[in-house]
Structures are given as C-alpha cells and as structure tokens.
Design a protein around this ligand. Sequence first.
Ligand code: GLA
Length: 377
Amino acid sequence: MDYKQAGMEQRTIEIASPGRINIIGEHLDYNDGFVLPAAIDKRIRLKLMANGTQSRCTIRSKGFEGVLEVDLYSLAPSNENWHNYILGVLNELQKMTQSVKGFDCEMETNVPAGSGVSSSAALECGLAYGLNALFELGLDRWQLAHLCQRAEHTFVGSKCGIMDQFASLMGKKHHAMLLDCQSLAFEYIPTPLDPYVLLLLNTNVTHNLAASGYNDRREESAAALALVAERFNVDPSYRNLTLSMVDDCEDALGEVLFRRCRYVLEENKRVLEAAEALKKGDLARLGELMYLSHHGQQKKYEVSCNELDFLVDLARGEEHILGARMVGGGFGGCTLNIIHKDHVDNFVAKAKTAYERKFNIALTSFVTVPSDGTALQ
Ligand code: GLA
C-alpha cells in the first residue's frame, strides 16, 4: 500500500552525516597503514520516510538537479555519478537483507563536493545509517562502513580504502581518530588546538586524474609490495616491509614503484609520530610532519597538483601557520592548514588574491572542528 495514496502518515527519520578531514596519512588505508582522520562540521542531512510500497524509492537532493527514482528489484549503475553512491548502497543492502522497502528521501548538504573532504562517504553513510534505523536492519557501524566502501567499489568504480566511511560514521566531537587499517583497531585522540584552528583552502579544481589516478596508485603500491614481499619471503603486507628491504629492491622496483613504496613506509612513520605529537600537545612538530607529508604526496606518491602545491608553499612562508598539506585522494580539492586563529582572515585574503591571480580560479575556504559522526537528528 502506498501510504501517501492511502492518506496515511509516513514514519520519518532525519539523519546528519559528516564529511571528514585527514590530519595525516594519505593513501595508507588501502596499504595496511595508519591514518588520522576526523569527522567535520559540514554535513549532509537526509530525511527518510517509508512510503508503504515494496520497492519504489524516490530521492530528491537540493544540491543536484532532478529526482532519482529507483526500484529496489532492478538496481544498476547510472551514468549520473552521484546516483551511483545511492544505488551502490541500496545494492549492498539488498544483498545483505530483504528488509529494505520503498522509501522517499530528501537531502541537503553543505559538504563541498569533489573537494577531498569526502562528500561521498557522508552521503553513503548517511543513507545506509538512515535505512538501517528506518527498517530496523540491526547492522552495526562497522558493517555500515564496509558496505558503503563496497558500494563505492562496485557502483562508483573507485577502489577506495575504509578511511572515509570509518571517519564519517565513527567521528567524535573534538577528537581525531588514529585508525590501524590492518586490524581496524582505533583510538580517539583529543584535539585541543586553541589558539590554533583547522583551516581548509579549497582549490576548487578536481583534475580528471582523480578517479583513474587513484586506482593507478592502488595498483602501483600493490605491485611494489608484491615484489618486495616475494624477494624477502614475507606475507604481502606493508607492515612486513622495512625501508632497508625496499632500498635493497630499488633496481628491481624501478624508479616509480620505488618512490611509491618508500612513500608508504615513510608516511606511516609520520602518522604514528604525529599521533604522539598531538597527544603531547606538540603542535609545532605535528605541523612539520604535515609539511613533510605533503612533500611525499607531491614528489613520491605524486597525487598532488600545481594548485595544491601553490597553496602549501604559500602556507610555508607564514609564521602563524604550523603546517599544511593536501587532504584526501588528491589531484585537487583542499589543503588543510593549522593556523593561529587571529591570522585566518589575513591569510585567507592573501591566499585568495595570490591564487586567483595565478590560476584565475576562485579560492574558497572554511574553518572546521572535529565533530561527531553520522547520527539521528
Ligand atoms: C580517498 C579514499 C580513501 C583514502 C584517501 C586517501 O578519500 O576514499 O579511502 O584512500 O582517498 O588517503
């Protein structure tokens, strides 16, 4: 029975689901490494209503044109990219349970898309979390994170790691999270940054490479790992490699794979050191590690771009900024800056002028704080 047609009241729930930043540890989640993300105070809000039908779903988004109408019994990828995040989640839920029924969804977001702060995980996790609550599916947060990750692999085509879905679902106000992507153990680390704040500068570019480059890096790091692990007869996990093992394989790896492999091990060390620095309140060291991290992403893992490098270089010259680096998959998106709160306005104005003069693209910015994960409203 269609509740609307029958004039019946629809059960409604509302969810807010955040994007994320990553303080340090990029491209390590799919390499058995450590990452240090936090959910942010930019969120997608979804209103979900069971509509009484078996399988008819209608999804409206304020940020996107048009309405997505879906039948749960005939799910297939679409040519419209944002549809695929939704279709992928529905497809995974259908594989796990037959308990999702027809629903209507309205959503609105202030998470900037294509900016390295994972508007995609915010959407996937918000929808999965909401349907789990609405239809009482009984899935826990880890099950939701994994099904959202699979949705991205199958319907979107990005072979992402688990960091974004984890951060969106597990975020905690005023905390970052040190996640061991091998064991999935994690700890919350308080982030008392005052008088410093987290400033994001958005290049407002997403280079074409973003999708293909991501999967390429994944393949390259896996190929490099396989070679070194075989040479030393260890199980193929970056956890089993040391820098000296990698150095011994320099010729066999060749220049590119050598750089990728070194990056993974070096960045992993930086994450652990950064987590310690954060615990001790040593923000100066944390900032230095962020600059080193960016250098690795620029020169060794090669996931940065001119626009990001320009903004990080600009930050380096500022005494009131402790550290800066690109966040997320790279090839565009945002830089994250740890900056003294009294100097945000000046720096943003300066960066805007310099960036717009150089690239003729508008620079946007926002200050954020570590925030709670996906939740009912
Ligand atoms: C994207 C992916 C994540 C992670 C980052 C890079 O955001 O979705 O899984 O790999 O890139 O750290």
